[in-house]
Design a protein around this ligand. Structure first.
Ligand SMILES: NC(=O)c1ccc[n+]([C@@H]2O[C@H](COP(=O)([O-])OP(=O)(O)OC[C@H]3O[C@@H](n4cnc5c(N)ncnc54)[C@H](O)[C@@H]3O)[C@@H](O)[C@H]2O)c1
Length: 223
């Protein structure tokens, strides 16, 4: 190992949470869209490794890129592991490897859990800020972790009056709504995607299902 690699950082999820705020995530996600639009990010298509045919109930994506304004290269490996829930772990697990773009030397190994959850939540909020004609009423289909981060960021950036929370699991809907205790948003615990979608300005789907969740005829014009 070179003396440079010996200085590589190993950052845990706690380290990341200590130094990265919700506001930081909003700023950097906005910037990365601008950089991407200006061709300052090299981001080949991700490769998905599905392990189920070999008896492993999981998959992961390898997501490489080079970010010119930060002059850093790296790969995020993020996957879904169906056995994690039983072990008390989130479905999604992410790890990030950062390298010097000129030499390939390792700069850091970073737990990607918080970063991945937060940037995933920030994306729909920023999309809605710039693209949605109205965000008064929102439907979230999938009341899990990513559904929570999506609405968390939306509440930071947008004015939302009413949220339909849809999920196959009643308990997931109740838990989700309880996380926003004290908010002045009206929450509707809803087991009918159609009713929710037809009354909504924005529809977010974040489930682990491989299923049709929304029909085109349920989406309001202008969305
Ligand atoms: N794009 C990204 O960067 C990114 C990052 C992380 C996760 N994800 C994806 O987000 C999705 C959700 O991940 P999570 O961490 O929130 O998982 P989670 O297990 O915390 O939540 C998923 C929720 O979906 C619900 N659900 C499953 N099938 C459903 C159906 N047919 N109808 C309604 N609800 C249903 C489950 O009951 C559960 O509450 C996954 O598909 C994951 O791959 C994407």
């Amino acid at each position: 190992m070179s003396e440079f690699e010996e200085k590589a950082l190993l950052l845990t999820n706690n380290d990341v949470q200590k130094y990265v705020s919700v506001e930081d995530v909003i700023e950097i996600v906005k910037k990365t869209w601008t950089w991407f639009g200006n061709d300052e990010i090299i981001m080949p298509p991700k490769i998905t490794t599905v392990m189920s045919s070999a008896g492993v109930d999981g998959w992961f994506n390898s997501m490489p890129n080079y970010i010119k304004p930060l002059d850093i290269a790296g790969i995020k490996a993020v996957g879904g592991y169906n056995g994690n829930k039983k072990k008390g772990m989130p479905y999604i697990k992410a790890n990030i490897l950062l390298t010097d773009p000129y030499t390939g030397l390792l700069k850091a190994l970073v737990s990607g859990d918080y970063i991945s959850d937060m940037r995933t939540g920030a994306q729909p909020a920023i999309m809605c800020k710039y693209l949605a004609y109205s965000t008064d009423t929102v439907t979230i289909i999938g009341a899990g972790l990513q559904g929570y981060t999506s609405l968390l960021y939306m509440t930071k950036l947008l004015k939302i009056k009413k949220v339909y929370v849809c999920d196959l699991s009643e308990q997931a809907r109740i838990n989700f709504i309880s996380k926003f205790d004290g908010s002045d948003i009206e929450f509707i615990n809803c087991n009918d995607n159609e009713t929710a979608c037809k009354d909504s300005d924005v529809i977010i789907t974040v489930t682990t299902a491989d299923a049709d969740l929304v029909k085109a005829s349920w989406v309001k014009k202008g969305q």
